[in-house]
Design a protein around this ligand. Structure first.
Ligand SMILES: CC(C)(COP(=O)(O)OP(=O)(O)OC[C@H]1O[C@@H](n2cnc3c(N)ncnc32)[C@H](O)[C@@H]1OP(=O)(O)O)[C@@H](O)C(=O)NCCC(=O)NCCS
Length: 180
């Protein structure tokens, strides 16, 4: 499944993306507020993405990982994903991460808004959620620009480099106001 936005193309990952994903996950700034940790080698990244690539075979498919590509250059700039809970709760959980060279250009906001629209219009969701470390101000700003609402704080839930960090829970409901 492909998503086309104003400046970006989101295509589901394949094994051809392994090295780009490894490069993204190996950057300390990208991992700063993430529980993943820096991979030790390419094999670790290969095992990490294996279930994501295999999830494409499921019917219905409930987990999507897209590589984010700049339309005008074809550059790989990051990853986005969504997990669907298609039962009566109709919930989706999304995330994104970009190479630092492409931060501050509104790309994450563009991805978030488009994933929310896809979540409601294509996947038939009632609610789209996202979690974010309370110190990740850049990402908090992205979620709020997309109209997500802070619903709560989960204390000391994120294991990050040997410490337990707090996480904000953000969400948007299908009939919440949106300016897009
Ligand atoms: C979070 C991330 C995706 C943001 O990407 P991005 O493309 O720079 O986001 P955008 O450009 O769409 O928006 C960033 C906004 O935060 C603002 N911002 C930048 N630094 C900030 C800071 N230190 N504090 C508050 N806001 C900040 C920017 O000004 C911009 O807002 P504006 O458009 O109103 O000016 C990127 O930093 C990233 O990949 N981080 C590492 C992975 C990660 O943390 N993922 C999210 C997990 S929840």
């Amino acid at each position: 499944m492909e998503i086309i936005t104003e400046r970006l193309l989101l295509r589901e990952i394949t094994w051809n993306d392994l090295e780009d994903i490894h490069r993204l996950h190996s950057i300390p700034e990208v991992d700063e507020f993430n529980t993943l940790g820096i991979p030790e080698n390419l094999d670790e990244t290969r095992e990490l993405i294996r279930p994501e690539i295999e999830s494409k075979k499921a019917d219905p498919q409930n987990s999507y990982t897209w590589r984010i590509i700049l339309k005008n250059t074809g550059d790989f700039i990051g990853l986005a994903g969504m997990t669907l809970f298609r039962d009566k709760f109709r919930l989706g959980e999304m995330y994104y991460k970009l190479l630092p060279a492409f931060w501050g250009k509104g790309y994450a906001t563009e991805v978030t808004k488009n994933l929310i629209v896809v979540g409601f219009d294509k996947f038939g969701l009632h609610k789209v959620e996202a979690g974010v470390a309370t110190e990740n101000e850049r990402s908090i700003h992205v979620l709020e620009k997309a109209g997500m609402i802070r619903e709560g704080l989960r204390r000391k839930i994120l294991p990050i480099r040997g410490e337990w960090k707090d996480n904000y829970h953000y969400a948007i409901v299908e009939d919440d106001p949106r300016d897009y």
